[in-house]
Ligand binder design. Structure first.
Ligand code: PLP
Length: 332
């Protein structure tokens, strides 16, 4: 088998997805399974669907296209505002897209007319995290314009928090989204079937027993795959946090001093690491690096400590008395 590779336990992802689908159903909220972290991997998308997610969401049209070939009938949402250069692909492959710009919606409308399709739009509202979103005061006028476009159907509104600035979803901002949904329906007639409250960072709020108001959808990726919530990166009760294992091969293992010697400038990645002197340690190199992974996002097996990484080398301490070994044979 080739390395590096990810070993993915689909049963654990199924368990995580099923558990969250059930817990949220009690609160009146359905789940959109977000597939971007797995690049639209079909096996993972299928497991999410089997576990009961209502639809699939991805930020890249390429991933939606890949899933569409195999899952023709499943509702799919592009959860990033479409690029103007991709509107034809978006109306062809995605049922719904998240939008914040009338110019984009206008071009989606033209493309949908040409393709003889109806395209659904969810308008994203800015509630403080300062990533995408229409300012709340501009929502009414944007709805008024959006519903005039031919072949465009306004499906709902949504918001996204805790991504750029870490603003937490809470009773206040979620109540604001609910009130916006109520006021749009009051002005234009009931038309918002989706009120999408956010991502995995919303789980603490959604499962706290607080009033969930009009929010009836959450878009979940990280919590299904990793079993943790992204605000404090704590494990979610009852979920698996070890569904995905990264396997890399040992290419060097030696007893070496823990401290570098010689004059020290910047490392390859622009930092000057300060390293405490702990005498000699067993230092092991794995054939994987920053070109493949974010070393800060890895959790090492117990007894192993990650010391650093360059573009193609991950350096770990393999225990004081237990050297890892370069495998004798790496044939598959
Ligand atoms: C990535 C993304 C999500 C999923 O976020 P997780 O923290 O992985 O659950 C939801 N909504 C939008 C708009 C996203 O870009």
């Amino acid at each position: 088998m080739s390395a590096p590779r990810l070993e993915i336990d689909l049963d654990k992802i199924y368990h995580n997805a099923r558990t969250l689908v059930e817990r949220l159903a009690v609160r009146g909220i359905s789940v959109t399974g977000v597939s971007k972290a797995s690049l639209g991997c079909l096996a993972i998308a299928s497991v999410m669907l089997r576990a009961g997610v209502r639809s699939l969401g991805d930020s890249r049209i390429e991933n939606i296209e890949a899933m569409r070939n195999a899952q023709a009938a499943v509702p799919m949402t592009l959860i990033r505002s479409p690029m103007l250069s991709q509107v034809v692909r978006v109306v062809t492959q995605a049922d719904i897209s998240f939008n914040t710009e009338l110019d984009v919606i206008s071009q989606l409308s033209s493309a949908a007319q040409k393709a003889k399709r109806i395209h659904g739009v969810v308008l994203m509202v800015e509630l403080g995290d300062l990533r995408e979103g229409i300012m709340p005061g501009d929502l009414e006028s944007t709805v008024r314009e959006t519903i005039r476009f031919p072949n465009i159907v306004l499906k709902g509104i949504g918001t996204n928090l805790a991504c750029r600035c870490g603003v937490s979803p809470d009773a206040n901002n979620m109540a604001e989204l609910s009130e916006l949904a109520d006021s749009i329906d009051a002005i234009f007639g009931p038309m918002l079937s989706i009120v999408s409250g956010g991502n995995s960072a919303n789980l603490e709020w959604a499962l706290s027993g607080a009033d969930t108001g009009r929010i009836n959808d959450l878009r979940l990726g990280e919590s299904l795959l990793l079993g943790c919530e992204p605000l404090h990166r704590q494990a979610i009760d009852g979920l698996h946090t070890d569904a995905i294992t990264l396997i890399a091969e040992v290419i060097e293992s030696k007893l070496k001093p823990s401290q570098p010697w010689g004059e020290v400038g910047q490392s390859a990645f622009g930092v000057t690491p300060s390293v405490a002197n702990r005498g000699n340690i067993f230092q092991t190199i794995l054939a994987i690096g920053q070109q493949d992974i974010d070393p800060n996002g890895l959790q090492a097996p117990s007894g192993i400590e990650i010391l650093g990484a360059s573009s193609d080398h991950l350096i770990v301490e393999s225990g004081r008395c237990l050297p890892a070994q370069v495998p004798r044979s790496a044939s598959s």
